[in-house]
Design a protein around this ligand. Structure first.
Ligand SMILES: [Zn+2]
Ligand SMILES: [Zn+2]
Length: 288
């Protein structure tokens, strides 16, 4: 990929997590959360991402999957020991593998992946105590959102005053702990806003990475919904319900410059929510 694209990568910090990559609605979205060692969509081939081993695909639209072929091509030069593991909606797994097989024949070099097809509600362990739960998003094609979480054992309130040695002794015969899920990072893009109703726990995730494609009347609410995308008008209706310490909005339409989108957000968003939101966009005035 050209130096121009690589130098345009955006990196933002959201609490303990960073989000890097590039995202323009309908053009390309390719993100990475390095602390989780995961890629989120591959809408463009980014050389900096080619060493990663785990990718989560939201759906099969080209602005989210178009860069996968180039990414696998670059990996082919990297002597990787195992194929890229790709978590994806179950309905598109066979088609994607068939497309990769056709591309492999075209270039006479294997573009292999290890597909992990998921359905809404599936829970899988991604890495050491990092789990993901897939959930249904609402788009015209099969699509998923992903909730990353960690399972932890937490001492029940009534036992928290006990000294360590007593806990160690009593836990052999008593149930002193609750199993809880720490919701860490949630990713939902290309969806109707009602995903916040059908999967409300995303509002409790420590970091929510979510699309907001349209910001004002330049795109009507009706047209935004017809394309199954989120408009700021409707996102703001949910403002009191966002309990996330950090929200990253991405997939902004190219009809807004990054500065315009930031200005609209600042003007329209309640202060309490605005201070927790980061718009995932380059700091300069235009999209690449
Ligand atoms: Zn998209
Ligand atoms: Zn889409």
């Amino acid at each position: 990929m050209s130096e121009v694209v690589e130098s345009a990568l955006t990196t933002i910090q959201a609490g303990p997590y960073s989000v890097r990559g590039i995202s323009v609605g309908g053009v390309y979205t390719a993100l990475q959360v390095p602390e989780l060692s995961v890629l989120l969509d591959a809408g463009i081939t980014l050389r900096a991402f080619c060493g990663a081993d785990t990718l989560f695909l939201s759906h099969g639209h080209i602005d989210h999957v178009g860069g996968l072929f180039g990414l696998l091509g670059v990996r082919g030069m990297m002597a990787k020991q195992r194929p890229l593991r790709v978590y994806l909606p179950r309905e598109i797994s066979d088609e994607l593998c068939a497309a990769l097989a056709a591309t492999s024949r075209l270039q006479r070099y294997p573009l292999a992946i290890e597909p992990v097809p998921l359905s809404p509600g599936d829970d899988v362990c991604v890495a050491n105590n990092l789990w993901v739960r897939a959930f249904r998003t609402h788009h015209p094609v099969p699509s998923l959102g992903y909730q990353f979480y960690r399972r932890v054992r937490k001492l029940k309130c009534e036992f928290q005053h006990l000294p360590g040695p007593e806990i160690a002794r009593r836990k052999l015969t008593e149930s002193l702990f609750d199993d809880v899920e720490n919701l860490e990072v949630c990713y939902a893009t290309d969806t109707l806003i009602r995903v916040l109703d059908t999967n409300p726990s995303m509002l409790d995730s420590r970091l929510l990475i979510m699309e907001c494609t349209f910001y004002d009347e330049r795109k009507s609410l009706a047209d935004s919904r017809a394309g199954c995308h989120v408009h700021l008008d409707e996102l703001l209706e949910y403002a009191p319900r966002f309990r996330n310490p950090h929200v990253v909005l991405m997939h902004t339409s190219q009809i807004y410059s990054p500065r315009e989108a930031r200005d609209i957000l600042k003007r329209r968003c309640p202060a309490d929510l605005y201070e927790r939101i980061t718009l995932f966009a380059p700091t300069r005035s235009g999209w690449l």
